[in-house]
Structures are given as C-alpha cells and as structure tokens.
Design a protein around this ligand. Structure first.
Ligand code: PMP
Length: 359
C-alpha cells in the first residue's frame, strides 16, 4: 500500500491514523457487532460517539458555554442562506466583505434572500490583500457582518477578526482548527468538514445562543439554528458516519497537542513553501505577506506552457491534486492540518528540481 501526498483543496487528505482506526472499526464497532454506519442515530452507542465529538471539538476550539455547536448538512454553501435567514428576522440586511469567490457567493445568496451590501472589497487590489482592521463602515441597517476567513481558491486570508458592533459571521471552511481563534468574538462560525474536520457530508456551525431567536418566521426547518440546537442536531437523521469520522479527527488533533500545536506546524509548513516560491525564478504567488493563506498556497509558473508537465511529473512523484482552480489557473497546494510537514518538504524538493530542469 502506498499513500501519496494529496494536496487537494477538498475533499482533502485525512490523517492516516484516523483512516486506520476507521478501518479497524468498520465491520464491528468496539465489539457491538455492527458498523457505525448501520447504527441508529438515537442509540446509546451512537449518542456517545456524537457527544464525544462535540465535547472534543468544543475543547479544541475553546467554545464558550453560551454557544451551541451544530452538526448539519448541506455543506458550507447552505450556510450562505442559513446565516442570512437565521439572523434577519428582526429586520436588517447582510453586510459582506468581499475577498474572493467564496465571499462573493455568500453575498449573492444573502442579497437574493434578505438583501446585502458589500461594505469592503479586495477588488481594488486585485484580491491580493484583505482589508485592514478598522477600515469598515457598516450600513445603518446591518443585521450582521459576513466574512470569509480564508479564501480557499485565491489563497487570501484575514490576519484579524473584524471588530464591529453587529454579530460577526465567519466562513471558516478552509481554516477552522488550523490556528487558535477567540470564539467569543463571533456570532456565528461555520465550516464545511471536508478540509480540516473530516469527510464531506457534515458542516459545523457554532452559534451564540442569544442569536437563536432572530430567524425569519418562514425559515425552512432544516436551516433553523434554533430547531437544530433544541434537537441536538438530530431534528432529522444526521450524517452519522461523517460525524463519527470527524470525531476521530478531533481525537487525533488532541493527541497532536491541539490547535496551538497544529498552528505552529502549519505556520512552519506555509513559511517554507512561500519562501521556496519567493526564492525561485519560476514560481509566483501574488498575495501580500500579511494576507497569505497558511492553508491554501496558489502559485503560477512563469511559463503557462509548463503547467501540464508540472502536473504530470508531480503526480508521477506522488504529489497529487496540485492543479489550481480553473478560475485562477496555475497550481495550488492545500496544506491542511493532515498534510504532514514531510509532504511540504517533498513538494518543495520537487519544485526545486523541476525548476532546475525546466526553469
Ligand atoms: N466556503 C469556502 C471558503 C469553501 O472553500 C467552500 C468549498 N470549497 C465552500 C464555502 C463551499 O463548501 P461546500 O462545498 O461544503 O458547500
């Protein structure tokens, strides 16, 4: 068996130890004679799995007691609508910071459902720098501020949490659990699982409890934070296996020393990759230093004609899924928590050798 280094932006690489444990438990979960996949979500055995996952996640993120943690479905994209409908029942519109493709999608959905205004944008700098703290001016009718902590495609990341006097809603799909955050600064945090949490199929929402009564009365039940919170995320059948696997990832993260320990490794991994890019004559990343993502590192080659050779040679070297998003072109290395530092070292070694041969 050979496992390659998988740089996919999502579904992304998972820790091998987690996959091995899932494999060992696949047919017979801890002597119960059945797979987790086949358990009732209301059984005592499954409830123990679900509760442990939530407790470990709360622990890792330092979620305060006055916040609910929800395990929902529909991906992060469903949260573009859910956040809008849950937070505007008492009036007001969304205010959105535009830093790239994902925040634009969040804006469009909120605009369509409840009305929205882009109050800051990285458009003027061609999406190479996130706004600085203090530069925001909200509309009078702002019900909440939405921003995307890390733009997975553009590789643009915030270096601060915007300070405003309305609830802050953050899409942390591609940066959650990569570095410590102060949850108390947020009204809502949401993240699709398939990057830093677990397999696709589940989405985590952290919501401050005093916001649970602000939903539009017409909100679909499945989007209602209040209903999901009141039912322990089991208003309907949850994505049980994704929830279980996410729980295994949380246990693995704790064994690694938690989010602080991961952050140190993540910063080191990103720094050496950006350094390799900056020091080369072939590769380029346009993002200003303070806004560079530590999770998704896009880079172009000086000569686009080399792209397909780069991709076929890297794949042959066991470095998978480096093709950049179609809207950006070039390459992108996603280096989430589960990408070991040795994977980044192997990528840098390949890039250096490729430049020597083709540069
Ligand atoms: N937000 C961000 C920042 C993302 O990277 C993605 C997916 N790549 C999404 C939202 C959409 O997530 P999903 O596919 O889970 O709906």
């Amino acid at each position: 068996m050979t496992r390659h280094f998988n740089f996919c932006s999502g579904p992304a690489t998972l820790p091998q130890a987690v996959l091995e444990r899932a494999q060992a438990e696949l047919l017979d979960y801890q002597g119960k004679g059945l797979s987790v996949m086949e358990m009732s979500h209301r059984s005592a055995d499954y409830m123990a799995i679900a509760d442990r996952a939530e407790a470990d996640f709360r622990d890792l993120m330092g979620v305060p007691d006055n916040y609910s943690v929800l395990f929902v479905q529909g991906g992060a994209a469903t949260q573009f609508a859910a956040t809008a409908l849950n937070l505007t029942g008492k009036g007001g519109r969304a205010n959105v910071i535009d830093t790239g493709i994902w925040s634009q999608k969040a804006y469009k959905e909120a605009q369509h459902l409840v009305g929205a205004e882009v109050i800051a944008s990285s458009d003027a700098n061609n999406y190479t720098e996130a706004p600085v703290q203090g530069s925001l001016s909200l509309t009078d009718d702002a019900a909440y501020l939405h921003y995307t902590d890390n733009e997975t495609i553009g590789g643009l990341q915030f270096d601060h949490v915007p300070e405003v006097d309305v609830p802050v809603v953050c899409d942390m799909s591609s940066s959650i659990l990569s570095t410590p955050v102060d949850v108390s600064k947020f009204g809502v945090i949401y993240a699709g699982a398939q990057k830093n949490i677990g397999p696709a199929g589940i989405t985590l929402v952290i919501v401050r409890n005093d916001l649970l009564d602000r939903a539009q009365s017409s909100i679909p039940s499945m989007l209602s934070y209040q209903l999901m919170a009141a039912n322990g995320s089991m208003y309907n059948t949850p994505a049980t296996y994704s929830w279980y696997l996410s729980g295994l990832v949380f246990q693995w993260l704790k064994e690694q020393g938690g989010v602080e320990a991961m952050a140190e490794i993540n910063r080191r991994k990103a720094a050496k990759l950006y350094q390799a890019i900056d020091n080369s004559g072939l590769y380029n990343n346009p993002i200003v230093e303070r806004s560079r993502s530590i999770m998704n590192v896009p880079f172009t080659l000086a000569d686009d004609a080399l792209n397909s050779t780069f991709l076929s040679e890297s794949e042959a070297a066991g470095l998978l899924a480096l093709k950049g998003h179609r809207s950006v072109g070039g390459m992108r290395a996603s280096i989430y928590n589960a990408m070991p530092e040795s994977g980044v070292d192997a990528l840098i070694e390949f890039m250096t050798d490729f430049e020597r041969r083709h540069g």
